[in-house]
Design a protein around this ligand. Sequence first.
Ligand SMILES: [Cu+2]
Length: 69
Amino acid sequence: MAQKTIEVEGMTCGHCKSSVEGALSGLEGVKSADVNLEANNVNVEYDESKVTESSMVEAIEDQGYDVRK
Ligand SMILES: [Cu+2]
């Protein structure tokens, strides 16, 4: 199991938090996703044999947020 903190721009409220967490949790291989609104990031625990960082980034961007790379 791998863990990563992804920096995300544009999350402002509980709705943003649940959109991003929901999108990530919906990916196969993501065990948990926890958004920190104050830090503008999301901490993910995932199985790196099942999901790549780029598909997680894509899932976040699909919700309308920018990922700081
Ligand atoms: Cu919001």
